[in-house]
Design a protein around this ligand. Structure first.
Ligand code: DQQ
Length: 581
């Protein structure tokens, strides 16, 4: 199989390649292995769930599930990186390692909470000597260390054990950030299987160390059997209106319960019923296929945190590799994080919106822009950049195309006619990917498909399409956004689905549909309708290896669309460094 370092993302977070530092005693052992297999020197990195993200004393901390010894899951510890801008990172030594009976088999996912007196604490799941899942706490060894390098385990871990009726000790993990309950005591929720069904179990504590289980879950559902990585937070409409959980919740705020299941991150919007100390969703959907998703693509185990620096809530999600595990070993790394996103409530309080944090724009370099482009059915408009700098580095055949492997594209489509929109069939909501497979970019609709083709090879044999289709449903319009990976690569043994998500738009008011796509080598991350639908995807085109990829705007619908504004920027590589000592 073709494996290349060209698939390594330039600005999506991942730990730097983990080279053994010379002081490591195993270095000499490994050096013999080098003679046999070069790969062994470059110890592979496997990173997974974002853990305990937080902003503390001017530094953003990103922890993550991390296997320092290989590029597959196992020996899991908490990797630790720090940043001042969420884009450029310094990798530190792991913050939590497998050193006690209550986490000897893995330091699994958890969250940070900033306690009274501005004291951070992490509660995380440990896989103990009997492979039970228990909840442990660690505190910084020295809060005046700006990097919070060292974390100390008190000897009374585990704080919470999977005992109690109906609990499954192997389905009891991923404690949330704490919040203050109606009685002034701390709360956390833990993902669990309770009597065979999924639950966010509720615990309360006065001192954040001694916990007792509340006699009912925060929320539970018979529609699924287990929730991983729960998250519970309050939201308001408006991008910079993030809410920390330890303050009184203002009027107009809603609560969100997010859970990971079915390889997706889903969420419900509702209220935190203070009287009953329980989450009550605004609508209960028996069929979990209809639950809203944070992201309709390759995105899992997300965690949000309140960023007190800019008063916003930020969500981090993990995106795995979709090549083969032997490729991952050959590549030497596996697992990235999606771009950190600001997350907030739509003005109609019916859905969440997300947008790449503004700091990502600091990586923008060459800009190309175009206004008022008319796209008739069958039109394909190539987006070319004049990127001499990048071209000189990579000496690509056509300098205009050098910048397309790392790009940020914003394009909005003005609809010329919406009356002819095809009728919407609600059954599509039960399997949106099936609909995206059937109604692909080559199938003419009345309004759409129109959108972008990215990472396309010269003859279009390889290409990834991100496009919209407009449907009419009684008095409203349903917009389908697809990210179709089926022709993304000539390579086989890849997972290449056609992802899809629907969002509602009032096209009577506003006849423009916007799309933003971040292209980062093997990552294509798209935001439709101003962040109403997000689709993160992984692609491994062969064309990426010889740096000859093209980008187009297209329309394959019967009615014309006008590209009101198109802007594309080449994106610089983010800094990722190792910090010694
Ligand atoms: N990954 C962790 C678990 C979590 C899962 C283990 C989600 O704590 O439930 O690495 O990807």
């Amino acid at each position: 199989s073709i494996v290349s370092s060209k698939y390594r993302t330039a600005y999506h977070f991942q730990p730097p390649k983990n080279w053994i530092n010379v002081s490591d005693p195993t270095f000499f052992f490994l050096s013999f292995k080098i003679l046999i297999n070069r790969q062994s020197f470059q110890i592979c990195d496997y990173s997974k769930d974002p853990n305990g993200p937080m902003y503390y004393n001017g530094i953003y901390h990103q922890f993550y599930q991390y296997n320092p010894n290989g590029s597959l899951w196992g020996n899991i510890v908490w990797g630790h990186s720090i940043s001042t801008d969420l884009i450029n990172w310094i990798r530190l030594d792991p913050a939590i390692e497998r050193t006690s009976p209550s986490d000897i088999n893995g330091c699994w996912t958890g969250s940070t909470t900033i306690l009274k007196g501005h004291q951070p604490a992490i509660i995380y799941t440990g896989a103990d000597t009997q492979m039970r899942q228990v909840q442990n706490i660690v505190f910084p060894k020295n809060v005046s260390d700006p990097y919070l390098r060292d974390w100390i385990k008190p000897d009374n871990n585990p704080l919470i054990q999977p005992i109690g009726q109906g609990l499954n000790s192997k389905q009891f993990r991923d404690p949330t950030t704490g919040w203050i309950g109606p009685d002034g005591l701390w709360r956390i929720a833990v993902g669990a299987e309770l009597n065979g069904y999924s639950a966010a179990l509720l615990y309360k504590s006065e001192d954040f160390v001694n916990w007792t289980r509340v006699d009912h879950p925060l929320y539970s559902s018979n529609a699924s059997t287990m929730w991983e990585c729960p998250d519970f937070f309050a939201v308001l409409p408006g991008k910079n209106s993030g809410l920390d959980l330890s303050i009184a919740i203002p009027d107009g705020a809603k609560h969100v319960l997010k859970m990971s299941l079915d390889n997706c991150d889903k969420y419900m919007i509702g209220v935190y019923d203070l009287k009953n100390d329980a989450f009550v969703p605004d609508t209960v959907l028996e069929d979990r296929r209809l639950w809203s998703r944070i992201d309709y693509g390759n995105y899992y185990a997300s965690k949000s945190f309140f960023d007190s620096k800019k008063g916003r809530r930020i969500i981090w999600g993990w995106t795995n590799e979709t090549d083969s595990s032997s490729d991952d070993v050959a590549k030497g790394w596996a697992g990235i994080h999606a771009i950190p996103r600001t997350i907030w409530l739509d003005s109609n309080s019916k859905q969440l919106l997300q947008w790449p944090v503004e700091e990502i724009e600091s990586l923008r370099r060459e800009e190309v822009s175009r206004q008022g482009l008319e796209l008739k059915q069958g039109d394909l408009f190539e987006i070319k950049g004049i990127d001499t700098l990048q071209a000189s580095f990579f000496s690509v055949a056509d300098p205009a195309r050098g910048f397309l492997e790392q790009a940020d594209v914003e394009i909005d489509f003005e609809l010329t006619s919406i009356d002819s929109a095809d009728p919407f069939d609600p059954s599509w909501l039960l399997d949106i990917e099936k609909h995206c497979r059937e109604a692909d970019a080559s199938v003419h609709g009345s309004v759409g498909p129109f959108g972008l083709v990215v990472l396309a090879s010269d003859n279009m044999e390889e290409h990834t399409s991100v496009h919209f289709r407009v449907y009419k449903s009684q008095a409203k319009y349903m917009i389908l956004m697809c990210s179709d990976l089926r022709k993304s690569s000539l390579r086989t043994e890849l997972y290449t689905p056609a992802y899809g998500g629907f969002f509602e738009l009032d096209l009577e008011k506003e006849k423009t549909i916007s799309l933003r796509t971040l292209i980062d080598r093997s990552a294509v991350e798209s935001f439709g309708g101003g962040g109403r639908v997000c689709i993160m995807a992984r692609v491994y085109p062969v064309a990426l290896i010889d740096g000859s990829t093209r980008m187009y705007a297209f329309n394959n619908g019967t009615s014309n669309v006008r590209v009101h504004q198109l802007k594309a920027w080449s994106m610089r590589r983010a800094q990722v460094n190792l910090k010694k000592g």
